[in-house]
Design a protein around this ligand. Structure first.
Ligand code: GLN
Length: 483
C-alpha cells in the first residue's frame, strides 16, 4: 500500500450513483468479495464473510433503485461489523472461545438502522477478545495484520474493522470504543475512526464490556464518510437506558463549512517525551497546519492525563467483571465437560477457565478485586472520584478552546509481540481513555506517515470536543483533512 494511492470516491457520491442505478450495488459487493478472497488470508480482518447475504442485500438495493424507490441514504454502502455487535445472520463471537458458536436471535439497533438506510453488511471483523486489548493479538482466532506492514499489529481492539477499511475490503466499518478501541486502530491503520459522545449511539446489541464507557462508532476513508454513517447510527433508542434524547441534525452535508475563529487547545501534557519522534513531528506539523488555516492555537493544561490509565483500569475491569458474569456455561457460553463427582461450581469454573483467554481472566480478577469489600473504597470509589475530576478538568479546558488536538497514540504500529507486559500495552491508550471517562466525543484522522523498516506507517492525530459537540468536532476534523 502507498500513501499516494488515490482516495476512494466519497461515499455520498457512490450511494447517489447506486440510488440512480448508475452503479450496481451487486457489482460493488462482488468486487469487495474478490479483494477479500485475494488478501484477507494474509490480513485476517474478518472472522466471517457474508458472501451470500451481502449479494442478496445488494440485489434488493438494486431492485429498489430500478423501481425508482429510494433504497436510503446509505444505498449500497458496504459495511463491515465488529464481531461484538450482534446480528441475526452469522455468529457473534467477540473473538472468544466462550462465544465461538453463539448465534444471536436479534440485530443490534445500529444494524437495524443501517439496514433501513440501505447499507450492506459484508462480514464480521476480528477484535481483541471481548474488546480487551490494543493490538488484536488477544483474539482467540489469531491476530489481524496491519495492511501497511503485515509484520505489525493493526491496533485494537477493533483491529479487524480498521484493517478492513485500510485494506479497502469495504466502504466503512463499525467498531466499539471503551478506552480507545476505535481511535487507536484507526490511527495505526491510517483511516478515520470516530467515537461519538456517550449515549449518542445505542448500545443495544453491543456485547457489554464497560457499560459506562462503551460507545459504537464508524471507521471510514474520510471524515465526511464517517459522518454519513454516523448520521444513520445516531438517535434515541428506548432499548438503551443510557441513550441520549433530543433531535439530531444530519452533519455529513455541513462539513464543507469551515469554523470561523476556531480555537484549538493543545495540552502541554500531550507533547510528552513518551511520544515517538514520528508522532511528535506529526503533531507539530498539524499545529502548524492549523495556524495556516487560520485557527488560534491555545496552550492548555490537562494534568490529569496522567491518572487516566489507572482510573480506567479500575472502572473498566470492575464493570467487565460484572458484565462477564453471565458467561457461565449455562446462561451463555462454552460449557465444559464434567468428570464424575464434579458439581455445578465445577461447571462454572471449568467453563470460564476454558472459555476465557488470559487477558479477559486478568480483567475479571482485577475487577472483582477492586469491587470486593475492603478494597472498594480504596480503589473503585477513588476511581469514580478521579473520573469526576477528569471530567471537570475537560470542562475547564473547553472554556478556553473549542476542540483539543493531540496524538491518538504515542507510537505508530508496533511489531507483533512488541508489547509483552500488560502495562506497556495499556499505556498505548494514554491519550484515548480519558475521552471515554469523561463521555466526550473524539476522532482520529491520519496526520501523516513515518518511515520505519522501509515501510510507510500512518500516524494519527486526535481531536476531542465537549459532549454533544459532534458538529464542531467533525467540521474541525474536516478542516484538518483538507489541510
Ligand atoms: N485498549 C483498551 C483496553 O484494553 C481499550 C479497549 C476498548 O476501547 N475496547 O481496555
Amino acid at each position: 500500500m502507498s500513501p499516494d494511492a488515490p482516495r476512494p470516491e466519497p461515499l455520498a457520491k457512490i450511494c447517489e450513483d447506486v440510488r440512480h442505478g448508475r452503479v450496481k450495488a451487486f457489482d460493488r459487493v462482488a468486487a469487495f468479495l474478490t479483494a477479500i478472497s485475494q488478501r484477507d488470508g494474509e490480513i485476517h480482518a474478518f472472522n466471517e464473510v457474508f458472501e451470500q447475504h451481502a449479494l442478496d442485500q445488494a440485489r434488493r438495493v438494486d431492485q429498489l433503485a430500478k423501481r425508482g424507490e429510494s433504497p436510503g441514504p446509505l444505498a449500497g454502502a458496504v459495511i463491515a461489523i465488529k464481531d461484538n455487535i450482534v446480528m441475526s445472520v452469522g455468529k457473534t463471537t467477540c473473538s472468544s472461545k466462550m462465544l465461538a458458536n453463539y448465534c444471536s436471535p436479534f440485530n443490534a439497533t445500529v444494524i437495524e438502522r443501517l439496514e433501513r438506510a440501505g447499507a450492506i453488511f459484508i462480514g464480521k471483523t476480528n477484535l481483541d477478545e471481548f474488546a480487551m486489548g490494543s493490538s488484536t493479538e488477544n483474539s482467540a482466532f489469531g491476530p489481524t495484520r496491519n495492511p501497511w506492514d503485515t509484520s505489525r499489529v493493526p491496533g485494537g481492539s477493533s483491529g479487524g474493522s480498521a484493517a478492513a477499511v485500510a485494506a479497502r475490503f469495504c466502504d466503512a466499518a463499525l467498531g466499539s470504543d471503551t478506552g480507545g478501541s476505535i481511535r487507536q486502530p484507526a490511527a495505526l491503520c491510517g483511516c478515520v475512526g470516530f467515537k461519538p459522545t456517550y449515549g449518542r449511539v445505542s448500545r443495544y446489541g453491543l456485547v457489554a464490556f464497560g457499560s459506562s464507557l462503551d460507545q459504537i462508532g464508524p471507521f471510514a476513508h474520510s471524515v465526511e464518510d464517517a459522518a454519513l454513517v454516523y448520521d444513520e447510527l445516531v438517535g434515541f433508542d428506548p432499548n438503551d437506558s443510557t441513550s441520549a434524547e433530543g433531535t439530531n441534525e444530519r452533519l455529513a452535508g455541513k462539513l464543507g463549512q469551515p469554523i470561523a475563529k476556531l480555537r484549538i487547545g493543545v495540552p502541554r501534557e500531550y507533547r510528552s517525551d513518551a511520544n515517538s519522534p514520528a508522532v511528535a513531528a506529526v503533531l507539530e506539523k498539524s499545529i502548524a497546519a492549523a495556524r495556516a488555516f487560520g485557527a488560534e492555537i491555545v496552550d492548555i493544561d490537562l494534568p490529569l492525563t496522567d491518572i487516566g490509565i489507572s482510573t480506567y483500569y479500575v472502572i473498566a475491569p470492575a464493570e467487565a467483571s460484572s458484565n462477564l458474569a453471565r458467561y457461565d456455561g449455562i446462561r451463555y457460553g462454552h460449557r465444559a465437560k464434567l468428570e464424575a463427582g464434579e458439581d455445578l461450581e465445577d461447571l462454572y469454573s471449568k467453563s470460564r477457565a476454558e472459555g476465557f483467554g488470559p487477558e479477559v481472566q486478568r480483567r475479571i480478577m482485577l475487577g472483582t478485586y477492586v469491587l470486593s469489600s475492603g478494597y472498594y473504597d480504596a480503589y473503585y470509589k477513588r476511581a469514580l472520584q478521579a473520573r469526576r475530576l477528569i471530567k471537570d478538568e475537560f470542562d475547564r479546558a473547553f472554556a478556553k478552546c473549542d476542540v483539543i488536538l493531540g496524538p491518538t497514540s504515542p507510537v505508530v504500529a508496533f511489531p507483533f509481540g512488541g508489547k509483552k507486559d500488560p502495562l506497556s500495552m495499556y499505556l498505548c491508550d494514554v491519550y484515548t481513555v480519558n475521552t471515554n471517562i469523561a463521555g466526550i466525543p473524539g476522532i482520529s484522522i491520519n496526520g501523516g506517515f513515518a518511515e520505519e523498516g522501509g515501510k510507510k506507517l500512518p500516524v494519527g492525530i486526535q481531536l476531542q470536543a465537549p459532549a454533544f459537540a459532534e458538529e464542531t468536532l467533525l467540521r474541525a476534523a474536516a478542516m484538518f483533512e483538507r489541510a
